[in-house]
Design a protein around this ligand. Structure first.
Ligand code: ATR
Length: 276
């Protein structure tokens, strides 16, 4: 039986094994996907050594906090990983480790599914971590030319600006000044509001008098309705949560590991239903 893994520091609440094993069994692929918690960089190194030796390992996914660290151990990176400098998917091919990023595709496909028009919109991204980079790259691939970005630690936004300087314009906004501008779309990529701290929100609509956005998105999927999204809905704003992004990035990873497979929209809809 072939093996696939998700690696990260804390995976207790991850629903990725459910999503992947559901796809694998539906497609009749003889493989199993399981979580491996790695406490530090040394354990990450040991994991990669195991992957290189074990001929049954097809590949693995990477989550917080190893999406950037993993690049050190990979032999080749895709074009998007070269720009984003973070990978969430690795495939073993002819003994080599190839790094991919499917987070941005998951983000893009989920926005397309919801039917959000991002072109020529004023967009604010909250956060400047790995998830923010994937979402910003996704926006770029959807034709967006400039994005406002804010983060509690301002320097990280400055580094995102230089990372993307050749492809799109980043307008860095100080965390405390984020209420000063008018946005059509706000995207939360921070962990604020995630289980168990579900009462927290990265954006206080009470403080925001510059204008009502038309759409807000939260990449968090636990809970499905964060305080940020609830507060938006009260104001009549259309919302989207991170579940679709999670499922679509998983679908893309499966396609990378097992080229030529067909994951139908019916199956995707069933999985989304079962996760809700
Ligand atoms: P990911 O890969 O999911 O983006 P990350 O790199 O750890 O994970 O990023 C988490 C994001 O949530 C960061 O933007 C972080 O802000 P800092 O760069 O200042 O750490 C943001 N974040 C986490 N806790 C926060 C809090 N209490 N208030 C505001 N932002 C927070």
């Amino acid at each position: 039986m072939k093996k696939l893994f998700l690696i990260g520091k804390s995976l207790k609440h991850s629903i990725s094994p459910f999503i992947h094993n559901r796809i694998l069994s539906e497609l009749g692929i003889d493989a199993v996907y399981s979580n491996v918690e790695l406490s530090d960089f040394v354990k990450l190194k040991e994991f990669v050594e195991m992957v290189r030796k074990d001929k049954d390992v097809v590949g693995f996914n990477i989550t917080i906090p190893y999406k950037e660290d993993i690049l050190e151990f990979c032999d080749e990176v895709s074009e998007d990983v070269r720009i984003i400098k973070a990978a969430n998917t690795v495939k073993k091919k002819n003994g080599k480790l190839l790094a991919y990023n499917t987070d941005w595709i998951g983000f893009k496909r989920s926005l397309e599914d919801i039917g959000v028009d991002v072109k020529d919109k004023k967009i604010l991204v909250l956060g400047s971590g790995g998830a923010a980079k994937a979402c910003i790259y996704g926006l770029y691939r959807m034709g967006v030319k400039e994005v406002f970005v804010t983060n509690r630690t301002y320097e990280k936004t400055e580094s995102i600006k230089s990372l993307f300087e050749d492809i799109l314009k980043i307008i860095p906004v100080e965390w405390l000044k984020k209420y000063d501008f008018k946005y059509d779309i706000i995207i939360n990529t921070t962990s604020v509001g995630m289980f168990p701290n579900i009462e927290n929100s990265p954006f206080d609509f009470e403080n925001y008098v510059a204008g009502i956005p038309v759409f807000v998105y939260d990449i968090i999927y636990n809970p499905l309705k964060t305080t940020f999204l609830k507060e938006a809905e009260i104001r009549g704003i259309k919302t989207g949560n991170g579940l679709k992004m999670l499922v679509y990035q998983a679908v893309e990873a499966e396609k990378i590991w097992f080229g030529g497979i067909d994951i139908t929209s019916n199956l995707i809809a069933e999985i989304l239903n079962e996760c809700e």
